[in-house]
Design a protein around this ligand. Structure first.
Ligand code: NAD
Length: 487
């Protein structure tokens, strides 16, 4: 679609949205939310970048839209690219083209927007390239692999006036939105602690070694900005989450959803003012490097955000395993999934239930913002994604700076962190959980990070040069991060 055709389409879409609104006000059913009124020539042209597990969900989401056509699949894996193109061709009656190299893909002016579901180490760069090429972007969480590149992505989105949505779909779920409105309306009083739980079983990923890259994959392109190193895990796809050069551990995998919800519940639009984290990879030795057991405590003035990752077998905590527990002065609220939860008063009596979700709401919200050219309509604008992703990175920075300390000595160290008394209680629960997994928490060596203070506006640590170097990484040319003046 040419720029002019696209603009006229967007105008038509806005008018269609207005008339759909009028119809709905008149009590008449309308399927405009799914873009039903677009003729095939007016469809937005979409490229899916990274068509593995999550890319498959993007594809289904877009195939369900009547106002979108998938014209391109970009994946460095020939098998994945070919398979996806075949399947989409059958489903939509128009076979997309497979383009392995994102830079070539973005040269195509006919593409209106891209969705990105590559591994994390590519997210920000891929989104920056796409915005610079004039595309709107739906980019998976976490939007960044480190704090600085996330902020750079926000800058580039604003400068080029592009719509960039983060893949934290809970933000569009009606059940979650009701719960947040209830919290922000004082339903549980003043929020004191936001707890995020990522209790998700993660098994060993196989021995560290040197493995051949599967045929048909452009490994250099897959590595992109990451250092050129051989493949050291048996399973090529997905398990990169557990190696630092590519993933961010479970904080940046499942955990980012709940981290984002905690920050939303606290109603904060900056990163935290302090962070401390400890953890380890316990119970097995494998090719993974990230923690499977980790606690992060983030400070927002007198309010706390306490995050727990458990990858070994575990019981629920207060009825939740992957979820959030928001504690207030008049009660608490628990969301035990992406869209379902309950609020309790101070006596533990149930006062309200919340339910309702589905990824389609988030895609619809993105496409509404694309049509109206108004990023403020986004439920998960890239800046929200950046801030919550940054909280995960801050936790990992503190833990990775940590000194090895035997579990028996950890509580004494944690007690030093004044204003974070909750840490000792959380550690005790963690230790019980490790005992239940046939390990001796007293002798396990935890990486116990320092308590680091931050300037939340400048997004830098105030007193640690070492921590500040970890806000970014070395980028392998030519996949370098543009400077602020270059975006
Ligand atoms: N929002 C959610 O609920 C949700 C759920 C699952 C995954 N995710 C996110 O989606 C992302 C992908 O996860 P996954 O499980 O699909 O991983 P995956 O490893 O299965 O798939 C990644 C795909 O990207 C391709 N790829 C890698 N580098 C590329 C590049 N430079 N250009 C084009 N393609 C490239 C790979 O070949 C692979 O097919 C992750 O960042 C994850 O956090 C989000």
């Amino acid at each position: 679609m040419s720029e002019q055709t696209r603009r006229s389409f967007l105008q038509k879409s806005m008018m269609a949205t207005a008339s759909a609104y009028a119809l709905s006000q008149a009590g008449l059913a309308t399927s405009m939310a799914e873009g039903a009124q677009e003729s095939s020539g007016d469809k937005l042209r979409c490229a899916v970048i990274g068509a593995g597990g999550r890319g498959g969900s993007h594809i289904s989401g877009m195939l369900n839209r009547k106002d979108v056509v998938i014209t391109h699949i970009c994946d460095v894996d020939e098998k994945t690219g070919g398979r996806r193109c075949e399947d989409i061709g059958k489903a939509q009656g128009q076979k997309p083209s497979w383009v392995p190299d994102i830079r070539k893909l973005l040269d195509d002016k006919s593409i209106d927007f891209v969705t990105i579901a590559t591994p994390n180490h590519w997210h920000s760069l891929a989104a920056i390239y796409a915005v610079q090429a004039g595309k709107d972007v739906y980019v998976e969480k976490p939007v960044s692999h480190n704090v600085l590149e996330g902020r750079r992505l926000v800058q580039v989105a604003r400068k080029h006036n592009k719509i960039v949505q983060t893949g934290t779909q809970c933000r569009s779920n009606p059940g979650m939105r009701d719960a947040m409105a209830f919290i922000h309306g004082g339903g549980i009083g003043d929020v004191t602690i936001a707890r995020g739980l990522c209790y998700k079983r993660r098994k060993a990923i196989g021995a560290r070694g040197e493995y051949p890259v599967p045929a048909g994959i452009d490994y250099d392109l897959w590595l992109g900005p990451a250092p050129k190193k051989p493949l050291t895990r048996p399973n090529f796809h997905y398990d990169w989450h557990w190696q630092w050069d590519y993933g961010n551990g479970d904080l940046g995998n499942q955990g980012i959803h709940q981290m984002d919800l905690c920050r939303w519940a606290l109603n904060k639009n900056t990163i935290a003012d302090s962070v401390v984290s400890y953890g380890g990879r316990f119970g097995y030795e494998d090719a993974g490097e990230t923690a499977n057991t980790q606690i992060v405590q983030l400070g927002y003035g007198s309010q706390q955000l306490v995050f727990e990752v458990r990858g070994l077998e575990t019981k629920d905590y207060r009825g939740a395993n992957v979820g959030i527990i928001i504690e207030g002065t008049k009660g608490y609220l628990m969301m035990s999934s992406y869209d379902t939860g309950v609020a309790f008063d101070a006596d533990g009596k149930e006062i309200k239930k919340f339910k309702g979700g589905g990824d389609q709401h988030h895609y619809a919200n993105f496409l509404d913002a694309v049509r109206s050219r108004d990023y403020k309509k986004l439920n998960a604008d890239v800046e929200e994604g950046h801030l919550s992703s940054a909280l995960c990175h801050l936790g990992n920075i503190s833990m990775r700076m940590g000194k090895p300390i035997a579990g028996a000595d950890v509580p004494a160290v944690l007690k030093e962190h004044k204003g974070h008394e909750d840490m000792v209680a959380t550690f005790k629960r963690t230790a019980e959980h490790l005992t239940a997994n046939s390990t001796d928490p007293d002798t396990l060596m935890f990486a116990v990070g320092p308590m680091l203070k931050l300037d939340p506006k400048a997004e830098v640590f105030t007193a640690s040069a070492e921590a500040n170097t970890m806000l970014t990484r070395e980028y392998r040319a030519p996949y370098t991060l543009p400077s602020e003046s270059e975006v």
